[in-house]
Design a protein around this ligand. Structure first.
Ligand code: ADP
Length: 881
């Protein structure tokens, strides 16, 4: 602050006073000493004077007394009157006393002593003389005494005595004069000293007065300064920043706090423009703000704002502090006299506030995250904030789970007479739970964790939701339970899936059982045709009767067809279930498919003497599909109708094949008046290996896969198939529904391939198969049809034969022992002499992959075993030599 003297300077006024007092005291002491000295000398002089006067008086007394004694002596001598002796004696006695006094006064007196002694001696002489005269008087009378007393000696003694008295008197007078002179001199000196002392005293008094006045003033100043100093101490010890600015912005005073904080000396900032001082000079923007606030304060405004200043950190590096800053102008009589900046360091407060804000922000964010989490969680979360769990609130999912409005209390322990209207009740293992048994209540009451308990919420409308839940007690700072929290995961779908899995498992077991039955059936069904075939063969070998042979051949053909159909179905099942069937889609009339199907089923229907009724609409029903596959579908249905309608010699078995349009759909229905199907099995019959009655004659039965194929193929065409029956013995109706094409669709070129047994042009055919019977029989068949044939039974044999024979067609089995069919085909294709012969794969393998592989090896066609002779002959006929 405003410092007029250094804080360490001793005040001047008290020192002056002390000096003045010292001088005055010294003067007074000097004056006193002089006075004492003078007094001492005066005392000595007076003592001398008194001694001289006493001595003079004693001397005079000795003389006088001697005279008195002499007078008394003379009186006695003259008169003899003894009365004269009394004065005489008295005088003598007093002379002794006077002489003793003189001796005392002159003791140690070099001048007076001898003279007193001389006087005493003379006096003694005189006394003797008197005594002798007196003695004469008394003894000898007057005369003698008068003579003795009238001697010269007596006169002489008296003269001497007088001389001694005079000398002593003179000595005493001289001493008296000297003493008087001394006293007078001392009196003059004393007077002078007195005046001088007085003058000094006056001067001292005056000086002291002046000094006292000055001192009084200095004391006031001193007090004020001390007061100010104390103020400085207080201000300097303050943590706050206080300063004083001149009206031009110059910093003229500042307390210690900001200097300490900045590690600055006072002179480094005093005298500078305030905004240029070190605290602000780290940032021009801050300086600018200071300058502007100064200007606003000069205009009379008191400013108050937070500011960031530069300080020195504990490590000596620059640091920042936040201050609560104010700048107040001070006007005296309307004139700006100074400005007072002040500030307190609020860094810790700001940091604390910032930390608090961070904590609040963090808390808010955590709460928001928690809220978002709660909202997003596909888990029901519940919380109770009271130890009895009387109020339980949940996240949105929990209310969805429970079918309750959000924010409502879902607690089963809610207080009050009226229980909450909860639309559900909790069960565990089929038993309704008391509220005390619920997980949250248990966790809170027993202060235990409840882990993964399964509950069921059973709703009023009968819906059941299964949940898996855990609960935890919530504790307060003292460890007491203050509530509970729980999370429930709905496992209804899981339980449902589990149930489905269980069902599926049952189904799989059932399917497995069916498969076993199927295999038994398959072997049975495959073996069935073999027996008549073998018998037929034997018959053919033995009989010579053409009629019998023809009948046997028909029987064998029928059995063979049945076997082929079984095997075709099996192959189809395999291909369809593995998703390898590709439909060759084309628009065609359903009538075409129906006719193809009738052709395939006719033998069986004829054998059973069933009546087939076809109800076709006048106009064609066009669909987009694979003609052969749909023909297969209808054929299967017709075959089933034939199989499951008992043969009747009177033709009572009646099968109706009906095509009809129904909106944009085309319907194919096959109905019969046969065995019918129990209602419960109407859907089941489309399952793989499902057969209603296994006790049925297997020859009429099948493998239980025909309807499964039908269903899959129809679905691949975007259609449906359903079975209907009035019950056992009531006949059945199978209806296929397919999307129908518009009437403008063009009919695809197709048509049932006519069986060609006549030969338009004979071909040279090489048949290759390691199964000699297969090769020979096929070659015989072709030869019977007019073609020229050769056989080979191995890959190399085929190549050798081909070079010699130069075939138009090579029918190649794929599974040959040396070179396989693909290798033979490739070798043939690579030989320019042989490459004109078209190659046909004849294989037991008929999947798409097998066909593609054959195509890749250069085969023109791929036929599956057993080869349909009609198909093969048509093929040869279509591309004769
Ligand atoms: P299958 O080879 O046994 O004929 P399908 O899959 O074709 O196999 O038929 C399954 C079962 O459906 C048959 O075993 C039979 O019990 C029953 N079924 C099919 N068609 C008819 C029908 N028209 N009348 C009565 N039962 C039928």
């Amino acid at each position: 602050m405003i410092r007029t003297a250094p804080t360490s300077q001793v005040p001047r006024a008290p020192r002056d006073v002390v000096l003045a007092v010292c001088v005055a005291t010294a003067l007074l002491l000097a004056s006193g000493w002089l006075n004492w000295q003078a007094g001492h000398e005066v005392d000595a002089a007076l003592q001398t004077l008194r001694t001289a006067q006493a001595m003079e008086a004693a001397v005079q007394r000795v003389l006088t007394l001697t005279t008195d004694a002499e007078t008394g002596q003379r009186g006695f001598v003259i008169t003899g009157d003894r009365r004269y002796l009394q004065p005489h004696d008295a005088a003598l006695a007093r002379i002794d006393a006077a002489l003793q006094e003189l001796q005392q006064l002159s003791a140690d007196d070099a001048q007076a002593g001898p003279r007193v002694a001389a006087l005493a001696a003379v006096a003694l002489v005189k006394r003797d003389e008197l005594r002798q005269t007196l003695a004469l008087r008394r003894e000898q009378g007057f005369k003698a005494a008068r003579i003795a007393g009238a001697t010269d000696l007596d006169l002489q003694t008296m003269a001497e005595m007088r001389g001694q008295v005079a000398a002593l008197a003179a000595l005493a007078a001289a001493r008296t004069s000297a003493a008087l002179a001394t006293v007078q001199g001392q009196q003059r000196r004393a007077a002078a000293a007195g005046w001088a002392t007085t003058a000094l005293a006056l001067a001292a008094t005056l000086g002291l007065g002046v000094l006292a006045t000055r001192n009084r003033r200095s004391a006031a100043q001193l007090a004020a300064q001390r007061e100010r100093q104390r103020l400085y101490s207080v201000v300097d010890s303050m943590q706050a920043f206080v300063g004083v600015l001149a009206p031009d912005g110059t910093l003229i005073e500042v307390n210690d706090a900001p200097l300490r904080a900045a590690g600055l000396q006072r002179h480094e900032v005093i005298g500078r423009k305030f905004w240029d001082c070190w605290w602000w000079a780290y940032d021009p923007a801050v300086q600018q703000r200071q300058r502007q606030s100064f200007e606003r304060a000069c205009a009379g405004e008191t400013l108050h704002f937070d500011e960031t200043i530069r300080v020195r950190g504990e490590d000596g590096q620059d640091a920042r502090a936040v201050i609560d800053y104010s700048l107040r102008p001070v006007f005296v009589d309307g004139v700006l006299t100074m400005l007072v900046p002040s500030a307190i360091n609020i860094t810790e407060r700001v940091q604390a506030e910032r930390a608090l804000r961070e904590i609040e922000k963090g808390t808010r964010e955590r709460a928001e995250e928690m809220q978002a989490l709660m909202a997003a969680l596909p888990v029901a979360v519940f919380i109770a904030r009271d130890p009895l769990c009387e109020e339980i609130l949940g996240n949105p999912h929990s209310y969805q789970l429970l079918g309750m409005q959000e924010q409502t209390n879902v607690s089963a322990s809610a207080p009050g007479d009226q229980p909450l209207r909860r639309p559900f009740q909790e069960f565990r293992d089929g038993r309704r739970l008391d509220r005390a048994e619920l997980p949250m209540q248990r966790a809170a009451r027993e202060a235990v964790d409840v882990n993964l308990e399964e509950l069921s919420f059973v709703f009023a409308d009968g819906e059941v939701k299964h949940v898996l839940g855990s609960a935890r007690p919530l504790r307060d700072a003292d460890g007491g339970v203050r509530g509970a929290i729980a999370a429930f995961v709905e496992i209804t779908d899981f339980r449902r899936a589990q149930e489905q899995l269980r069902q599926r498992d049952l189904q799989l077991r059932e399917a497995d059982r069916r498969k076993d039955e199927f295999l038994a059936t398959l072997s049975h069904e495959l073996r069935n045709p073999l027996a008549p075939l073998r018998t037929g063969l034997q018959l053919l070998q033995q009989t010579t009767d053409p009629a019998t042979a023809t009948q046997v051949r028909k029987m064998m053909t029928r059995q063979l067809l049945h076997m082929v159909r079984l095997i075709d179905d099996l192959l189809d099942v395999s291909r369809i279930t593995s998703g390898k069937v590709v439909l060759r889609l084309e628009p065609f009339s359903l009538r075409a498919a129906a006719e193809l199907a009738i052709e395939s089923a006719r033998p069986l229907m004829e054998a059973s003497r069933h009546t087939l009724v076809c109800e076709f609409p006048a106009e064609d029903l066009w669909v987009q599909g694979d003609l052969n596959r749909l023909a297969q579908v209808v054929g299967n249905l017709l075959t089933n109708a034939a199989k499951y309608t008992p043969p009747d010699p009177h033709g009572q078995g009646r099968i109706v094949l009906k095509l009809q349009a129904h909106g944009d759909q085309a319907l194919i229905s096959v109905s019969d008046n046969g065995l019918g199907i129990p209602p419960l099995l109407l859907d089941e019959v489309f399952g793989m290996f499902t057969q209603v009655d296994r006790t049925l004659d297997r020859a009429q039965g099948g493998l239980g896969i025909g309807l499964a194929l039908v269903k899959t193929l129809v679905q691949m065409h975007g259609g449906t198939v359903i079975a209907a029956s009035e019950g056992v013995g009531q006949g059945s109706v199978f209806t296929v529904t397919l999307p129908r094409l518009g009437t403008g669709a063009e009919r695809a070129p197709h048509g049932p391939t006519p069986a060609v047994f006549g030969v338009a042009g004979a071909c040279r055919v090489l048949v290759v198969d390691d199964n000699r019977d297969a090769a020979d029989s096929l070659a015989a068949l072709l030869a019977a049809a007019g073609h020229t044939t050769r056989m080979a039974y191995s890959g190399h044999g085929a190549l050798a034969e081909a070079r010699v024979f130069d075939p138009d067609w090579v029918l190649l089995d794929i599974g040959l022992p040396d070179l396989d069919g693909h290798e033979v085909a490739q070798a043939l294709a690579a030989d320019p002499r042989l490459c004109r012969g078209r190659r046909v794969a004849v294989s037991g393998w008929g999947s798409e992959a097998d066909r593609e592989r054959s195509q890749g090896a250069g085969f023109a066609h791929h036929l599956t075993k057993p080869v349909d002779p009609a198909v093969l002959l048509s093929l040869l006929a279509a591309a004769p030599r």
